[in-house]
Write a protein that binds this ligand. Structure first.
Ligand SMILES: [Zn+2]
Length: 103
């Protein structure tokens, strides 16, 4: 039996925050966001042990990553993904959409 767990701290206290995006999960215990993994009890124990041991290092890494995202280097920001989707519309559809937005 596997469970959905946070790949960082091994918690099963995870929530799917954006239904349209399978890779967006949030961990209630360590505030990790991103794709989660399926793990069995052995793996969960391993992740938890690793997390307890390297917690500070991981939090530091996360912080550095967040800073990088804030500076716009991450191409997978949701906003940019939406723009990419709009690019697939025809000019006519795009015009219509812009009209709707310009209330
Ligand atoms: Zn977690």
């Amino acid at each position: 039996m596997t469970k959905h767990v946070c790949p960082r701290c091994g918690s099963t206290n995870v929530e799917w925050i954006i239904p349209q995006n399978w890779s967006k999960w949030e961990c209630r215990d360590c505030s990790y966001t991103g794709p989660i993994i399926d793990a069995d009890d052995d793996l969960i124990a391993e992740i938890k042990a690793d997390w307890e041991e390297n917690k500070e290092k991981y939090i530091e890494e996360e912080y550095a990553r967040a800073e990088q995202m804030a500076s716009g280097e991450d191409e997978r920001l949701d906003e940019e993904m939406e723009i990419a989707e709009e690019d697939e519309l025809s000019d006519e559809e795009l015009d219509k959409k812009l009209e709707e937005l310009d209330l």
